[in-house]
Write a protein that binds this ligand. Structure first.
Ligand code: SF4
Length: 227
């Protein structure tokens, strides 16, 4: 199952929609997934923090505060959050850099495969955490990463510091806020007592068009209808 999802997502990240890649490309994609998995050293950290939503879309997580309408929406009726960081490790970056010099087409495939493998790894961990949380009556909102919508990308550096991510899994950022290793991700997961049956893959794939917690919508919060 996981391998099927990784293959499907790699094909999607390569821009294929209704068309299937030809057999030669399918072989290259299989090679890219295999090579990336060989070099991957997945690592994941997560920690629970208090949260509070204030006036004018102010969000407080732990001792840190910022403004985000999209994240405020997603965290409505949540009482706490998980902060997470995950990475495939530096070897995957080196593999992609190597092929960026040798064969750009292969480098593009490796990029897509790495994105799909990292996503699958985060989903797997997300499912495990969700199951444990639901046993205690907590329900998750979809992962929400800094830089998404109006959630400030700068919070990425703060999030990594709050998790001591550099010490624990070797993830840090450049001066400009880019994650290092590149194939890494950070996110916030809202925890609520309300079971909204959120989709792991996020609001973009969820049919609840007028859900008040939907993260990507231009409808002003105050106009959104209750489900
Ligand atoms: S739109 Fe769907 S996935 Fe997004 S918050 Fe609402 S129920 Fe959850």
């Amino acid at each position: 199952m996981a391998e099927e999802r990784i293959c499907r997502e790699t094909i999607r990240y390569l821009g294929y929609r209704e068309h299937r890649p030809d057999p030669q490309m399918e072989k290259l994609i299989a090679w890219g997934i295999h090579e990336t998995e060989q070099k991957s050293v997945p690592a994941f950290i997560v920690q629970e923090f208090t949260m509070e939503l204030g006036e004018k879309h102010r969000v407080r997580i732990g001792d840190e505060a910022f403004i985000s309408q999209n994240l405020s929406r997603n965290l409505q009726d949540c009482e706490k959050v998980l902060l997470l960081a995950a990475t495939l490790g530096a070897q995957v970056d080196r593999l992609i850099q190597k092929y960026s010099r040798l064969d750009m087409a292969k480098a593009v495939i490796l990029q897509a495969a790495a994105a799909a493998i990292l996503e699958e790894y985060c989903d797997e961990k997300n499912r495990e955490l969700q199951q444990k949380a639901e046993e205690q009556g907590w329900y998750f909102r979809p992962r929400f990463s800094p830089g998404y919508g109006d959630f400030p990308i700068d919070f990425q550096k703060t999030l990594l510091a709050m998790l001591s991510a550099q010490k624990r899994i070797g993830v840090t950022t450049t001066e400009s806020g880019m994650l290092v290793p590149v194939k890494s991700v950070t996110a916030v997961i809202g925890m609520s007592r309300r079971d909204t049956k959120c989709r792991l893959s996020g609001c973009e794939t969820c049919g609840k068009r007028d859900c008040i917690y939907r993260r990507s919508t231009s409808v002003p919060l105050e106009n959104a209808k209750e489900e």
